[in-house]
Design a protein around this ligand. Structure first.
Ligand SMILES: Cc1ncc(COP(=O)(O)O)c(C=O)c1O
Length: 397
């Protein structure tokens, strides 16, 4: 096990801010920054193209990064593609699925726009149907009986979030997988909030779309796409270009093999090298320890907020790991965010790119505190003290 205290000291922005906006992106560790700088200085040329020495080194390092991330996730490197974020991973799957009239995609009202807008917009173009299943406002969990009846023999994909970024509720992903498999449908799991925070077997899902830049500690512009081995031959990837096209014969495109077929165009080499370093940090800390620690911090945030007059936690019965959404009586969520920001505390306010969630709750947004393992008790207490001050002031005015 790595020295946690030393690792915690390596996040430069942690010295200046109490950063509780980890659901948006993670803080970047010195080691990630240095790995990226090394990539740019020592082999910052294109990947998988040049047969010259720096080109070969770039390709070698890119593939080494793939092995590092795949081994952390417990999946075969051949099943893991590097993308630019969760959104591009989802689009890559959608375009490879041959969806058309008569097909159905089942999703939920809990989704981030990234896992909703692509299905809805492409359904207009390709003629498939999208059914959106609601959720329980107390637990923030998808309505499983509605989901079960929505999944029928026309359903090709169930596209569902693992941990809601707006409500923080963990979804019964394995149960959903079982339901989908029984009906012969794929599951695309949006693991944007859970990968790197929740100790879970992701290798069972047909597709897992996730960022490199959140729980995996990588930089902006990195994402991953896991495609289960037995699904690959049923796909026809269409986000094609250099690197993902083997050759063109007349007017026929012959795509490259997996995992490169999902890596069109010049990849984010320094980003991927930085991501691999982020994953090495996670390995040193250990995923079990990460989940235990972040759950403990999150629990303390929930308990502390529940003690304050005028604070309401959304979905109070949610199974949560990293995210606590709340509203404050008599205060606009943006005002709360601004006041906290002035005290050096970073939270997110608004609808968190999940407008359907708030439409269904009848709210115009909320404050979201989201934690990572590198947060600590003193930061949580500072946040709670600031919230106490704000609510006390609010109730006396
Ligand atoms: C649940 C969920 N899905 C998708 C996304 C989109 O991620 P990205 O910005 O990596 O495309 C986010 C980002 O916050 C998210 O929380």
């Amino acid at each position: 096990m790595g020295d946690l205290e030393e690792i915690l000291r390596g996040f430069p922005l942690k010295e200046r801010w109490v950063y509780l906006d980890n659901a948006a992106t993670s803080l970047k560790h010195e080691r990630v920054i240095r790995a990226m700088e090394r990539a740019l200085r020592e082999f910052g040329v294109n990947v998988g193209r040049g047969a010259h020495p720096p080109g070969e080194e770039a390709t070698r390092e890119f593939e080494r990064a793939r092995k590092t991330v795949a081994s952390f996730l417990g999946v075969d490197p051949e099943c893991l593609s590097f993308t630019f974020n969760t959104t591009t991973s989802i689009h890559a799957v959608l375009c490879a699925l041959n969806l058309g009239p008569g097909d159905k995609v089942v999703t939920t009202a809990l989704e981030h726009h990234s896992n909703l807008s692509p299905w809805l917009k492409f359904s207009e173009l390709l003629g498939f149907e999208v059914e959106i299943v609601g959720f329980d406002p107390e637990t923030g969990t998808v309505d499983m009986s509605r989901l079960e009846s929505a999944i029928d023999d026309r359903t090709k994909v169930v596209a569902v979030t693992h941990e809601s970024n707006a409500l923080g509720s963990l979804q019964p992903a394995e149960e959903i997988l079982d339901l989908a498999e029984e009906a012969g449908a794929y599951v695309l799991l949006d693991a944007a909030q859970s990968l790197g925070a929740v100790d879970h077997d992701f290798s069972r899902y047909h597709f897992v779309a996730a960022p490199g830049h959140k729980g995996l500690l990588g930089p902006h512009g990195t994402g991953v796409l896991y495609v289960r081995e037995d699904v690959r031959e049923e796909l026809e990837p269409r986000l094609l270009g250099g690197g993902s096209t083997d050759r063109v014969e007349g007017t026929e495109v012959v795509p490259s093999g997996f995992p490169h077929v999902f890596e069109s165009g010049t990849p984010n080499l320094p980003g991927v090298v930085g991501l691999a370093e982020g994953v090495r940090i996670l390995e040193e800390v250990g995923l079990r320890r990460i989940e235990r620690r972040v759950r403990r911090l999150t629990r303390r945030v929930v308990e502390g907020l529940m003690d304050l007059d005028g604070v309401e936690i959304l979905c109070p019965e949610a199974r949560r790991v990293t995210i606590v959404p709340f509203i404050v009586e008599g205060m606009d969520h943006q005002e709360v965010g601004r006041e906290l920001g002035e005290r050096g505390i970073c939270v997110r306010t608004g609808t968190h790119c999940a407008t359907l969630v708030f439409e269904r709750l009848g709210l115009d947004g909320c404050v979201r505190a989201s934690l990572a393992f590198y947060n600590d008790e003193s930061e949580v207490e500072e946040f709670l003290r600031a919230m106490e001050e704000l609510t006390r002031r609010g109730s006396s005015s």
